[in-house]
Design a protein around this ligand. Structure first.
Ligand code: PLP
Length: 501
């Protein structure tokens, strides 16, 4: 055998031996990394997620299950049937609740990175290892999130978690109220205000504080010896306005409720640097059911009093919630938050464009809040606000119960009176699921169309080209398509049919 042949055999055996070793090594590694106890839970979660609900619902592991153990579809409003494929005729568009499910598609798209597995033995004790009730990792992530969004200064400040921001609102009132004054601290908010400020303060009313109505009515007294706690909500619920404190002076303290101060809903002109700021996961990621809020506090004494309140009230927040929030914020922060905040902002922007287009076809019967664009430091552009709620006003004198006007058109909003405003206002939620938003737009379109044509209309969802054929004039005589295109408003609504004539 010559030397060249021997070298070839040697090379062959060398490659063979390396490959065999690599194969064996890979087998050992894959065996070691194979899932064990979490496998069944993962399969269960995927099985529920794979139940088909026609895009109009979803099935949950903790939902109702059939005999075979298969989870049942829970349908969006106005949809029914075992797979949510049936449209409920004549259904009411529910725009009452501020359930922020508009973000669900983002979390479905990011299902793998946002899922958590909770072992049966996960953090069973009352406290974390360091004796505290809060995850230091989550606190770190929250500080990073505010720095990324540029919406609040957290440096040198304390953070306390609450069961949603709802729990923190009352913890803050308790902590800021004077314990030494002869008269109770007056808790105030600017009309229109988030109704929980009033109802919660009244429920927990004590010798130290009581609810005293609209901030404006106390403006002149703010430099007196009276003590005030002012709720400042920015952007405001219900009207989306950016707000600042009205009462000033040594006896006026503020609770800044910044639930909606995120790039989904508003431009971020600058980071807020107030003594007491409250945020919530509910309106940030949409996970209202997880019940997590946090307060950012400057003063150690106020922080201690709020911690004491939470300790005595619930002894902290569920570890499962903190774990989930940590995972969700990790995903939200990927790519400097661009994907997440862009999704939120784009969705809300498109919804506002649609709403404005429909209402622009109305005469002066309905109006909507005016909102000013501002420079947004997060997106480095001038942005129009796209708040969570439309604050609708019925302008005609005989329609001073706006809730009833909309209710007659099968639209369920929240009465202006609930927010301390007049009954000619109604709040419509724009943060619900796409189905709910579509139903709302559909009913509004019918209402506006009806006004423009002075007729009663009935057409089905998404059926714009059928409008002319379906509408019945109020005076009982039949209206031709030509009539309906003669007014500018009608031509706008009915652009397809009018353009064809
Ligand atoms: C202005 C404002 N603050 C606080 C809350 C309470 O939010 P959560 O208790 O879900 O954190 C809401 C909920 O709608 C709100 O609109």
């Amino acid at each position: 055998m010559d030397k060249q042949y021997l070298s070839l055999i040697y090379k062959f055996f060398l490659v063979w031996s390396v490959s065999l070793n690599f194969l064996l090594f890979s087998l050992v590694i894959s065996r070691n990394s194979e899932l064990s106890w979490s496998k069944k839970a993962a399969a269960e979660a995927e099985a529920a997620a794979s139940v088909s609900c026609s895009g109009h619902g979803r099935a949950y592991i903790d939902g109702f299950v059939l005999d075979g153990g298969k989870p049942v579809c829970e349908c969006n409003g106005c949809y029914a049937g075992h797979d949510c494929s049936e449209v409920i005729p004549d259904c009411i568009a529910d725009a009452d609740s501020g359930n922020p499910t508009f973000l669900e598609p983002f979390w479905r798209k990011n299902a793998a990175s946002s899922a958590i597995m909770v072992a049966g033995w996960h953090r069973m004790g009352y406290e974390f290892e360091d004796g505290s009730l809060t995850s230091k990792e989550l606190e770190k992530q929250i500080r990073k999130l505010h720095a990324t969004a540029g919406n609040a200064i957290t440096d040198g400040k304390y953070i306390v978690f609450g069961g949603g921001s709802t729990q923190l609102l009352s913890a803050a009132v308790n902590a800021l109220s004077s314990k030494v004054s002869s008269s109770p601290t007056k808790v105030v908010a600017s009309v229109p205000y988030y109704p929980v400020y009033k109802s919660q303060t009244e429920l927990f009313k004590s010798m130290n504080f009581n609810f005293s109505g609209d901030t404006m009515s106390w403006k002149r007294s703010s430099n007196s010896s009276m003590n005030f706690i002012e709720f400042v909500t920015s952007p405001n619920n219900p009207d989306g306005q950016l707000k600042t404190a009205i009462l000033r002076g040594p006896n006026a303290k503020q609770i800044h409720d910044l639930a909606y101060y995120w790039p989904h809903y508003t431009s971020i002109p600058s980071p807020i640097d107030e003594d007491l700021m409250i945020f919530t996961l509910s309106k940030l990621t949409g996970h209202a059911g997880s019940r997590l809020g946090w307060a950012i506090i400057k003063d150690k004494n106020v922080y201690d009093r709020m911690v004491n309140y939470i300790d005595l009230n619930t002894y902290g927040i569920a570890r499962e919630t903190q774990l989930r929030a940590l995972k969700l914020l990790n995903v939200a922060l990927q790519g400097d938050g661009r994907n997440f905040f862009d999704f939120g902002h784009e969705t809300m922007k498109l919804r506002w464009q649609k709403l404005r287009k429909i209402l622009s076809a109305s005469s002066k019967r309905f109006s909507i809040q005016e909102l000013k664009p501002h420079y947004c430091t997060f997106s480095s552009e001038i942005r129009s606000p796209a708040p969570a709620f439309a604050w609708i006003k019925c302008n005609e004198e005989e329609e001073n119960d706006c809730h009833a006007v909309l209710r007659a058109a099968k639209i369920l909003g929240r009465r202006g009176r609930v927010f301390g405003a007049s009954s000619s206002y109604v709040r419509l939620s724009l943060v619900n699921s796409q189905d709910e938003f579509n139903q709302l737009m559909h009913k509004l379109e019918m209402l506006v169309f009806e006004e423009a044509t002075n007729s009663v209309v009935e057409f089905t969802l998404g059926d714009s080209e059928m409008r002319n054929r379906y509408y019945v004039p109020r005076n009982g005589t039949s209206a031709s398509g030509k009539d309906s295109c003669e007014s500018i408003e009608m031509a706008q609504i009915n652009s397809q049919t009018c353009a064809a004539q």
